[in-house]
Design a protein around this ligand. Structure first.
Ligand SMILES: Nc1ncnc2c1ncn2[C@@H]1O[C@H](COP(=O)(O)OP(=O)(O)O)[C@@H](O)[C@H]1O
Ligand SMILES: Cc1cn([C@H]2C[C@H](O)[C@@H](COP(=O)(O)OP(=O)(O)O)O2)c(=O)[nH]c1=O
Length: 746
């Protein structure tokens, strides 16, 4: 008897090895893939590490970070330079404004053009060429050393950046899996707006001290010049890195893509795509409106800080609070929103950010304003990440560059427009106050403008939401509440459809036995329950099963084996699982995706990510609602299986193979505890079945599922006659109808 068999049958703690015959879970084993971190687990750090493990993305990210650092350093240097190249307060303010204007201006004109370029020409070459040109331009600024050239160079640098950015944005989704794009965007945004500006400020300060020393040796070079040279250099390095990343070219590596479309037509096509695709239209409206609102906030910031009675210090705090909020939103958003559709999150987050601005407009206390600003930033960060990710995942490669470019043009146009218009508005409205008897409300230009910005964001948020949310049956509030509460049962209830239960475990664990018992019990309870299995539950699947299990096929390669199981699974989902789930049945499958992860992944040592991708493709995203892992030392299971029949091709694998399989199953369960029930398969069949029933009763209660109404004739005492439908359908036919599942009897 196993050492812990006397204990009541509870969920195993897969992390804690209990018996002497269990291996401690992955202690420095070579099969890195079996560690829970890599198994699609939840941690942000784990996800970021997985993304950075993609070599090409890692290189691109490093070079991007370097350029971004250079850019911030350059911006600091150029603004410092612009103010020193002219005399007087007004003139230096003008120079500062000029630099910013020249940075934003080109986008409006050139942006869409650049996007069409990115979609048409080799993206890698586009990026390398523009990097080299920007290297030259940045280096030329300290050499020419004059304000007019500074403006011109700025304009040109920005113009070339416009070609670089959509090429990069459009290339990244091709390097990663769809589900990796969100963490990748988190990483890029945090680096570009969180890490590199701080680093640049520090380096600039250091250069300022070194600059003094350098000037003694080389009088014409000061810290601004040093910063600009350094910046120039970062672009040269980036060019070199990108040149060595052929994957950026993708299928464009043959040079210009030969399409019949003229450049102009492709440009027009880009706009018409953005205008006619509800998702993209929603994103464009939302992002542009939110940016206009952001412009208003920037433009009224000083006046608002003064109105709160805080002056420069308050302004600094408010400014910092925006970034704190943005950072939090980008870092935490996905783990909070979890499985809420990104299409919904985007509009919602923009609208909520708008509400924060509305409230802020009538705030009179600094700390409340700070709190609202952090919240505004938080929701804006969530929206930004969701929007950017959707553009990457939902827009096809051919048109992605143009879409990104249109967005970036509109964003800049919106920013410029509101930066230019708002100060006039503030001046025009002036300062009044409204006497409401008890209290006097100040009605000032900046508050009205903030209020308008809040309304604008709220409005575009709602429009975006409507555009992007075409006909989802789940009401928004319930959707959000259940997602935030992580209530998967409630979410299922909302989504409707059946329930998929998967049994997993090694050979001879007792899966078939338990599948049968569970199906019998559910049927007795009046539910439509279907038992099925992998591999081989469909006619073509049966052929595949014969191949994969036949020992005569010893030469099947790992990849071929993985594809065969995936093919069987695709057919299984298509013919059996999907239709049954759509009809609201409870479907119980003996083995599913986890078997591939364990056997082909850890067993055959194919990278788990590849197996997972293959499975996701095969299943079109169908996932078990609950996976029951019957955990057992492989020796015990293999002995049981041998008692049953001759060993098949996989059963004949080494003990080490089966131990890897078991470890992977356990690690998968550990990574997502609420989707798994792990049971000790050495218990008696009846004990195991009882534990399963308890969990299933909990899972199914309240769900709208297909139910059997008894095929007995309506009884004369009338207890059954209340069921009008049953009486009408005739006495002898078993009848099926959808209804709320009552509490089951485990
Ligand atoms: N809990 C259990 N304890 C002992 N033997 C079991 C148990 N469950 C099933 N068996 C036996 O082990 C063998 C394999 O069971 P089966 O359900 O076919 O496993 P699987 O489908 O996981 O390969 C069968 O002979 C079965 O009767
Ligand atoms: C579904 C699936 C099964 N397998 C293996 C595991 C089993 O050895 C075999 C399935 O045979 P089966 O007879 O169903 O095994 P069991 O009786 O143990 O459930 O195929 C994979 O390797 N990958 C997969 O994706």
């Amino acid at each position: 008897m196993p050492p812990d068999a006397a204990a009541p049958l509870t969920e195993l703690d897969p992390g804690a090895p209990a018996g002497s015959d269990r291996e401690p879970a992955d202690q420095g084993h070579a099969d890195e893939g079996a560690h829970p971190d890599v198994l699609g687990s939840v941690g942000l750090v784990a996800k970021l590490r997985a993304v950075l493990r993609v070599r090409d993305f890692r290189k691109l990210w490093l070079s991007m970070s370097l350029s971004s650092f250079g850019d911030w350093l350059g911006l600091l240097a150029i603004t410092a330079m612009a103010t020193t190249l002219v005399d007087g307060f007004a003139a230096s303010n003008f120079a500062l404004g000029g630099v910013l204007l020249f940075r934003l201006l080109p986008a409006i004109v050139l942006g869409p053009l650049a996007g069409a370029f990115a979609d048409r020409f080799d993206r890698r070459k586009t990026m390398v060429i523009t990097d080299v040109i920007r290297f030259g331009l940045f280096a030329s600024i300290p050499i020419v050393d004059n304000l007019v050239w500074l403006f011109i160079a700025q304009f040109l640098i920005e113009a070339f950046s416009l070609f670089w950015i959509p090429a990069k944005d459009a290339a990244v989704p091709n390097m990663l899996r769809k589900d990796q794009l969100e963490p990748a965007n988190q990483l890029s945004l945090v680096t570009t707006y969180g890490l590199t500006p701080v680093l640049a400020a520090i380096v600039f300060a250091v250069l300022a001290t070194i600059g003094g020393q350098a000037q003694k040796v080389w009088p014409s070079v000061d810290e601004v010049d040093l910063a600009l040279y350094l910046n120039a250099l970062t672009f040269l390095v980036a060019a070199f890195v990108i040149w060595n990343l052929p994957s950026i070219s993708g299928r464009r590596s043959g040079g210009a893509v030969t399409t019949q479309e003229s450049f102009l037509r492709s440009l027009v096509h880009g706009f018409s795509f953005a205008g006619h695709t509800p998702l993209v239209r929603g994103l464009v409206v939302g992002i542009t409106g939110a940016m206009a609102a952001a412009g208003v906030i920037i433009a009224t910031g000083q006046a608002f800080a003064n109105a709160l009675g805080g002056g420069q210090a308050a302004y600094g705090l408010l400014f910092g609070a925006v970034f704190i909020g943005l950072g939090l939103g980008i870092a935490l958003g996905p783990s909070i929103a979890r499985d809420l559709a990104r299409e919904r999150i985007f509009g919602l987050a923009v609208a909520v950010a708008g509400v924060m601005v509305l409230l802020m407009a009538w705030t009179f206390t600094l700390w409340i304003a700070l709190l609202l600003v952090v919240l505004m930033g938080f929701f804006a960060g969530i929206a930004y990440l969701a929007g950017f990710t959707l553009l990457g995942t939902e827009v096809e490669d051919e048109i992605r560059g143009r879409t990104f470019a249109i967005v970036q043009s509109l964003v800049r146009a919106a920013l410029i427009l509101s930066l230019a218009v708002v100060p006039f508005g503030v001046g025009l409205i002036g300062r009044h106050s409204l006497d409401l008897g008890l209290l006097t409300v100040p009605v000032t230009g900046e508050r009205i403008m903030l209020f308008v910005a809040g309304l604008l964001a709220l409005g575009v948020g709602i429009i975006a939401y409507r555009q992007m949310d075409d006909g989802r049956p789940v009401p928004l509030l319930a959707d959000v509440v259940t997602a935030l509460r992580r209530d998967t049962t409630a979410r299922r209830r909302l989504a409707g459809g059946g329930v998929l239960i998967a049994f997993e475990g090694g050979e001879g664990a007792g899966k078939s036995t338990q599948v049968r018992k569970l199906q019998e019990w559910l049927t007795n309870e009046g539910l439509v329950a279907r038992a099925t299995f992998e591999p081989g539950a469909t006619p073509s699947g049966a052929g595949i099963r014969a191949i994969v299990l036949d020992k005569a096929h010893a030469g099947i390669s790992s990849r071929s084996e993985a594809l065969l199981y995936a093919a069987d699974r695709a057919q299984h989902v298509h013919d059996v699982l999907r239709p049954a789930l759509d009809a609201g049945e409870v479907v119980i499958t003996d083995r599913f995706v986890d078997s591939s992860l364990a056997y082909q992944g850890a067993g055959r040592t194919i990278p788990l990510d590849d197996v997972r991708m293959l499975s996701r493709w095969a299943t079109e995203g169908v996932q078990p609602d609950l996976t029951i892992l019957l955990d057992l030392p492989p020796e015990v299971g293999l002995a049981r299986a041998r008692g049953r029949a001759a060993a098949d091709r996989l059963e004949s694998e080494s003990l080490d193979f089966h131990q890897r399989v078991r470890r992977t199953f356990r690690a998968l369960a550990e990574a997502e505890p609420d989707r798994y029930l792990v049971l000790d398969a050495r218990e008696s069949p009846d004990q195991i079945a009882a534990a399963i029933r308890v969990r299933i009763a909990e899972l199914l209660s309240g769900l709208p599922l297909q139910q059997l109404t008894p095929a007995v004739p309506a009884q004369s005492n009338g207890t059954r006659v209340q069921d009008g439908e049953l009486a009408a359908s005739g006495p002898h036919r078993p009848h099926v109808q959808t209804g709320t599942t009552p509490q089951l009897h485990p």
